[in-house]
Design a binder for this molecule. Structure first.
Ligand code: HEC
Ligand code: HEC
Length: 213
């Protein structure tokens, strides 16, 4: 993790400074660099070469629907998505991407096979069972709909609905809190209604369940 953080820091610093070495090499800021090269040389430092990041700091991208990835990258580039880690890491990185590179990056990561999350379980078997129940049935009486209705029976995602299965639990809880308490992800209006009455406990349970899928 120490090494990863160092690489991650370096990438951000270079991107933010618009360092000419980066701009004139086969990395960010050059519209001729193929998306695949960017994915494997830049994005891989944090998200993993096949999008199956092993660090809970970085969301897993493997098998995310292409459309969802395209919406997020466009959102970071236009500064529409402004949750703190997105702003800190992804604004600089997406700043110079062309539409064509965004398309290519989305299709690259969508095509990677998601692997099982290697993190230790994020909850007890009982918490995971409760999380599974929330995922498939919502919380009747508190206006919380089943997550599976939009994210798919197995959390596999589709179109603009992200894949949640196998995602890092910490990242999921963080994003649920963003939807509940902020307007930093304007593409997630549906999620602010969904999370309105979700307790911290509910979030942790459903995230523990999802990470284990
Ligand atoms: C220095 C580390 C770093 C690099 C390099 C990096 N990212 Fe990210 N990325 C992050 C972090 C951290 C987040 C989580 C942001 C948040 O919490 O909002 C993120 C979020 C994302 C998301 C949103 C995921 C989701 O589930 O909503 C996408 C898509 C993404 N990155 C794509 C890319 C692509 C494509 C590249 C290469 C051009 C890239 N990232 C390079 C750190 C990085
Ligand atoms: C009405 C449809 C709908 C329902 C029901 C729904 N979601 Fe979502 N969810 C979305 C959409 C759309 C997005 C993408 C928002 C964006 O692009 O910013 C999303 C995004 C998310 C994200 C962010 C993922 C990422 O990679 O950043 C999480 C976490 C999430 N939903 C969890 C849940 C949970 C847990 C439930 C059930 C309690 C749920 N959702 C129910 C539509 C829904």
């Amino acid at each position: 993790m120490g090494r990863l953080a160092t690489i991650a820091g370096a990438v951000v610093v270079l991107a933010a400074a618009g360092c000419s070495d980066i701009e004139h090499s086969r990395t960010l800021g050059n519209p001729d660099v193929p998306a695949r090269t960017l994915a494997q040389q830049v994005c891989s430092n944090c998200h993993g070469i096949d999008g199956n990041s092993t660090s809970p700091n970085f969301p897993r991208l493997a098998g995310q629907p292409e459309e969802y990835l395209r919406i997020q990258l466009t959102g970071f580039r236009s500064h529409g998505r402004s949750d703190p880690a997105g702003f800190e890491y992804m604004w600089g990185l997406s700043h110079h991407l062309t539409d064509g590179q965004i398309e290519g990056l989305a299709s690259y990561f969508a095509a990677q096979a998601p692997t099982r999350n290697p993190d230790p379980p994020a909850g007890t078997p009982e918490q995971i069972r409760i999380g599974s129940d929330i995922f498939s049935h919502g919380v009747p009486g508190r206006n919380i709909p089943p997550c599976s209705g939009c994210h798919g029976d197995h959390g596999q995602g589709k179109g603009l609905f992200p894949r949640l299965a196998g995602q890092h639990a910490d990242y999921l809880v963080k994003q649920l809190t963003v939807f509940q308490q902020t307007h930093q992800r304007p593409a997630g209006v549906a999620m602010s209604a969904v999370t309105h009455e979700l307790t911290r406990e509910n979030m942790k349970n459903v995230a523990a369940f999802l990470q284990a899928q």
